[in-house]
Design a protein around this ligand. Structure first.
Ligand code: HEM
Length: 186
């Protein structure tokens, strides 16, 4: 066992942690969407808050160990440059789409004073939360494909472009369902 395999181990553990955090966030968003009691909801808001911290720690472990692997063995390989760009995109999507929406969800919950208002439900059901999480999961899976296939620059960019489109398209069934629900209730 050498330093490279030890860092690769921590890198893969970090990557697994990232997928656990993405899975918990996705589950939490479904709980938010379907919650009927503030108590149940508050429990999941706490889980989502801790998941963000766990996700950040996993990403740090992945990036630090990844940089070691990159510097010691691969240099500026195209699939690594695109990986770094894709990771910045994952962070940007979280900050631009999820963070602001979760802030207003939290405010609506607090304003409800123990009841779940119509405003809260419409904010918690906003498809932007699912566009964000499902696109980030798709990008993370695309990064794993880059690691296994190690394509050239064009192939790496195409891989990430395709997974982004698949991530966004994966929300269409949810949008259709929400639209049908709206038609039924209005
Ligand atoms: C979401 C982020 C990431 C995930 C999910 C991820 C996942 C993985 C996985 C599963 C492997 C093992 C592949 C194999 O052994 O065939 C791997 C290897 C590697 N990763 Fe990452 N990684 C991520 C980010 C990064 C970053 C940011 C860097 C560089 C700064 C990086 C650099 C590397 C390197 C150099 C290898 C070794 C490839 C090899 O030895 O075959 N990774 N990564």
């Amino acid at each position: 066992m050498n330093a490279y395999s030890i860092f690769l181990f921590f890198h893969i553990v970090g990557a697994l942690g990232l997928f656990v955090a993405l899975g918990l966030e996705w589950t939490g968003l479904w709980q938010l969407r379907n919650s009927s009691t503030p108590e149940h909801l508050l429990a999941w808001m706490v889980i989502l808050k801790n998941t963000r911290k766990f996700g950040l720690a996993s990403m740090l472990a992945t990036v630090i160990s990844g940089i070691y692997l990159m510097v010691t063995a691969w240099g500026a390989a195209p699939w690594l440059i695109v990986t770094l760009g894709a990771l910045v995109l994952v962070i940007a999507i979280t900050q631009a789409l999820t963070a602001p929406q979760m802030t207003v969800v939290g405010q609506a919950l607090a304003a409800g004073k123990g009841t779940l208002s119509e405003t809260f439900h419409s904010l918690a059901n906003h498809p932007i939360l699912f566009v964000s999480i499902q696109t980030r999961v798709a990008i993370a899976l695309g990064i794993v494909l880059l690691k296994v296939a190690k394509p050239d620059f064009g192939g790496s960019l195409l891989t990430i472009a395709v997974v982004i489109l698949l991530g966004i398209a994966s929300v269409i069934p949810l949008l259709r369902h929400s639209h049908r629900q709206q038609m039924l209730t209005h």
